[in-house]
Design a protein around this ligand. Structure first.
Ligand SMILES: [Zn+2]
Length: 105
Protein backbone atom coordinates (compact mmCIF):
# COMPACT_ATOMS: atom_id res chain seq x y z
CA UNK A 1 0.00 0.00 0.00
CA UNK A 2 1.27 3.47 -0.78
CA UNK A 3 2.44 5.62 2.10
CA UNK A 4 -0.04 8.19 3.31
CA UNK A 5 2.53 9.91 5.47
CA UNK A 6 5.97 10.85 4.26
CA UNK A 7 9.04 12.50 5.68
CA UNK A 8 8.76 16.29 6.10
CA UNK A 9 4.96 16.18 6.00
CA UNK A 10 3.21 18.41 8.49
CA UNK A 11 0.76 16.27 10.43
CA UNK A 12 -1.82 16.56 13.17
CA UNK A 13 -2.20 13.99 15.93
CA UNK A 14 -5.68 12.46 16.10
CA UNK A 15 -5.41 10.33 19.23
CA UNK A 16 -3.37 9.91 22.35
CA UNK A 17 -1.89 12.39 24.80
CA UNK A 18 -0.73 14.74 22.03
CA UNK A 19 -4.10 14.79 20.32
CA UNK A 20 -4.67 17.98 18.35
CA UNK A 21 -1.01 18.94 18.23
CA UNK A 22 0.91 19.39 15.02
CA UNK A 23 4.45 18.55 14.03
CA UNK A 24 6.72 17.62 11.17
CA UNK A 25 7.42 14.02 10.26
CA UNK A 26 11.10 13.26 10.80
CA UNK A 27 11.07 9.57 9.88
CA UNK A 28 8.62 6.92 8.76
CA UNK A 29 8.84 3.19 9.33
CA UNK A 30 6.38 1.68 6.82
CA UNK A 31 6.89 -1.87 8.09
CA UNK A 32 5.89 -0.92 11.61
CA UNK A 33 3.28 1.60 10.42
CA UNK A 34 4.83 4.21 12.66
CA UNK A 35 6.36 7.62 12.27
CA UNK A 36 8.50 9.93 14.38
CA UNK A 37 7.06 13.42 14.59
CA UNK A 38 8.95 16.42 15.95
CA UNK A 39 7.78 17.26 19.47
CA UNK A 40 5.08 14.56 19.51
CA UNK A 41 4.92 11.53 21.79
CA UNK A 42 7.87 12.63 23.89
CA UNK A 43 9.30 10.09 26.28
CA UNK A 44 12.01 10.20 28.92
CA UNK A 45 14.83 7.99 27.84
CA UNK A 46 17.44 6.86 30.32
CA UNK A 47 20.57 7.21 28.27
CA UNK A 48 23.83 5.60 29.30
CA UNK A 49 26.96 7.58 28.61
CA UNK A 50 28.63 6.19 25.51
CA UNK A 51 31.46 8.72 25.24
CA UNK A 52 32.71 11.87 27.00
CA UNK A 53 30.91 13.93 24.36
CA UNK A 54 27.70 11.96 24.92
CA UNK A 55 26.84 12.29 28.59
CA UNK A 56 24.31 9.95 30.10
CA UNK A 57 21.18 10.93 31.98
CA UNK A 58 17.51 11.27 31.28
CA UNK A 59 16.82 12.82 27.91
CA UNK A 60 13.59 13.77 26.16
CA UNK A 61 13.09 12.21 22.78
CA UNK A 62 10.27 11.36 20.43
CA UNK A 63 8.86 7.86 20.36
CA UNK A 64 7.33 6.57 17.13
CA UNK A 65 3.56 7.07 16.88
CA UNK A 66 1.15 4.96 14.83
CA UNK A 67 0.55 6.44 11.39
CA UNK A 68 -3.16 5.70 11.81
CA UNK A 69 -3.20 8.31 14.58
CA UNK A 70 -1.90 10.99 12.24
CA UNK A 71 -3.56 13.12 9.60
CA UNK A 72 -1.63 15.04 6.96
CA UNK A 73 -2.19 18.78 6.95
CA UNK A 74 -3.09 20.00 3.49
CA UNK A 75 -1.03 23.00 2.34
CA UNK A 76 -3.90 24.32 0.27
CA UNK A 77 -6.74 24.27 2.79
CA UNK A 78 -4.61 23.86 5.97
CA UNK A 79 -6.98 21.25 7.36
CA UNK A 80 -5.96 17.91 8.82
CA UNK A 81 -7.33 15.75 6.04
CA UNK A 82 -7.63 12.25 4.77
CA UNK A 83 -5.41 11.42 1.87
CA UNK A 84 -6.44 9.96 -1.46
CA UNK A 85 -4.31 8.97 -4.40
CA UNK A 86 -4.46 9.70 -8.06
CA UNK A 87 -2.27 9.02 -11.06
CA UNK A 88 -1.29 12.03 -13.15
CA UNK A 89 -1.21 12.04 -16.95
CA UNK A 90 2.56 11.59 -16.89
CA UNK A 91 2.16 8.45 -14.79
CA UNK A 92 3.24 9.90 -11.47
CA UNK A 93 1.20 8.90 -8.48
CA UNK A 94 0.43 11.72 -6.10
CA UNK A 95 -1.45 12.10 -2.87
CA UNK A 96 -4.49 14.31 -2.87
CA UNK A 97 -6.47 16.10 -0.19
CA UNK A 98 -9.92 14.55 0.17
CA UNK A 99 -11.30 17.86 1.36
CA UNK A 100 -10.22 20.30 -1.35
CA UNK A 101 -8.93 17.88 -3.98
CA UNK A 102 -5.54 19.52 -4.34
CA UNK A 103 -2.42 17.38 -4.85
CA UNK A 104 -0.27 17.18 -1.72
CA UNK A 105 2.98 15.94 -3.31
ZN1 LIG B 1 -6.97 20.50 1.13
Amino acid sequence: MAAKVKRNDEVQVLAGKDRGRRGTVRAVNPDAGRAVVTGINMIKKHQRSTSPQQPGGIIDREAPIAVSNLAVICRSCSNAVRVGFKVLEDGRKVRTCKKCGEAID
